[in-house]
Design a protein around this ligand. Structure first.
Ligand SMILES: [Zn+2]
Ligand SMILES: [Zn+2]
Length: 420
């Protein structure tokens, strides 16, 4: 038997309604804040991610599904959603439609990571982007929208963490200070961090190695290196969050794993079994658009991991509205009943009611079993006797009560019952 690829999974059975629930809430939260959907290809040119996500990031270095196509072009299955959105923004000249462009996306992403609980090689993200505004109001709008989404999913133990990465000269100073600090500890760093020390020292702050985590506590903090303008901007953002009663923690070591962030960054943490998950994260990326060949246009956005949010929803037993697959089952006994069955099925389906009938040539008892398995609320029974007398039996599947209904009145009877 052919098995699915490692790190992927099938969405089957009772999982599908959870996905629908999330997708509906996500779309609704986007609508309320005025975001329009954008769908980009899953496949992009490799260069797109090298130039935006950053050559030195783990994503580009180790995790991308990259291959040459038959035309010898290097292609990559998208590892994240922002770069494709920016590419589409430029390619379709969305700027001509006016700024800001407020866009959302939802779909599969691909990263070649070691599979572990809750982490997949094909995973799904929902994300929003505001392109064209440098105002701190746009930063706040993104966080506000994120909070709205999380609340609408009835998740309450979330914690927002924010930080400000400063402008490029602030970061340059900060990197120097970090280098000086870690120089004395270089030999004790993990192997990954030794490489990060040379290539991208900010990433050292993301290390999960316990020794390096402890070492970080005494490291210089980014916020100490913000220039007056960046400091003021960060203050404004925090003030506006306060006005909206959005609680947050400041985390001066929050840098996020991608190279493209500038200015405000944030994450949402959520306790899950004995760990804490990052369920959502983003920030300002003011240079990505010019990096990809556009004008100098500021932007801010976030992405959230749908699989993680769904695991939390299940663990916290968040109630979602699961409709039964079919409301009505029309049970016919024998060939004779078939035209009568089809007549009712056809009538009810045209009214938009979900109706099933037997497709297997089964007898009374197995049809009844099936009706109860699919969660039908009522089963209409049509046999010889019923046809001869013009009376059908309707069984309420919940109570087991059976009612005789005249065949000419059956459709109205069902419509009335479903409205009760
Ligand atoms: Zn600055
Ligand atoms: Zn490390």
């Amino acid at each position: 038997m052919i098995k699915r690829p490692k790190g992927t999974y099938d969405i089957i059975g009772e999982d599908a309604p959870f996905w629908h629930h999330f997708e509906n809430k996500a779309k609704e939260s986007a609508r309320v804040f005025g975001f329009e959907e954008i769908r980009t290809p899953i496949l992009e040119r490799t260069e797109l991610f090298k130039r935006s996500v950053g050559d030195e990031t783990d994503i580009v270095q180790k995790e991308m599904y990259t291959f040459d196509d038959k035309g010898n072009r290097s292609m990559t299955l998208r590892p994240e959603g922002t770069a494709p959105v920016v590419r589409a923004f430029l390619e379709n000249n969305l700027m001509s439609l006016g700024l800001p462009q407020k866009l959302f996306y939802m779909g599969p992403m691909f990263r070649y990571e070691k599979p572990q609980t809750g982490r997949y090689r094909q995973f799904h993200q929902f994300g929003v982007e505001i392109i064209g505004s440098s105002s701190s109001k746009a930063d706040v709008e993104i966080i506000w929208q994120a909070k709205y989404l999380i609340e609408s999913l009835h998740l309450h133990n979330y914690k927002f963490q924010v930080n400000h990465l400063g402008c490029s000269s602030d970061r340059l100073e900060y990197k120097k200070a970090l280098k000086a600090y870690y120089k004395d500890h270089y030999d004790s760093l993990c192997d990954d961090c030794k490489v990060r020390y040379e290539n991208n020292i900010l990433r050292l702050l993301d290390c999960k190695n316990p020794h390096d985590v402890a070492l970080k506590e005494k490291a210089p903090k980014l916020t100490e290196f913000l220039c007056d303008q960046c400091s003021a901007e960060y203050m404004t953002i925090k003030k506006q969050l306060g006005q909206l009663s959005i609680d947050y923690e400041e985390n001066p070591f929050l840098v996020r794993g991608l190279d493209y962030y500038t200015g405000m960054v944030f994450e949402v943490k959520y306790p899950f079994s004995d760990t804490v998950l990052d369920i959502l994260g983003g920030g300002r990326y003011d240079h990505v658009i010019s990096e990809l060949g556009g004008k100098d246009i500021p932007a801010v956005g976030y992405a959230c991991g749908i699989e993680r949010i769904l695991s939390i929803m299940k663990e916290e037993e968040v109630e979602i509205n699961i409709k039964p697959l079919s409301e009505i089952f029309v049970l016919g006994m024998g060939e004779e009943a078939e035209p009568y069955v089809i007549k009712i099925v056809r009538f009810l389906r045209r009214k938009g009611i979900s109706v099933e009938h037997d497709l297997m040539g089964r007898g009374l008892r197995t049809q009844m079993k099936y009706a109860s398995k699919i969660g039908a609320r009522f089963t209409i029974i049509i046999g010889d006797e019923e046809i001869n007398n013009g009376i059908y039996v309707v069984k309420d599947m919940e109570t087991g009560n059976q009612t005789s209904v005249e065949s000419s009145w059956i459709e109205n009877y069902i419509l009335d019952k479903l409205e009760e």
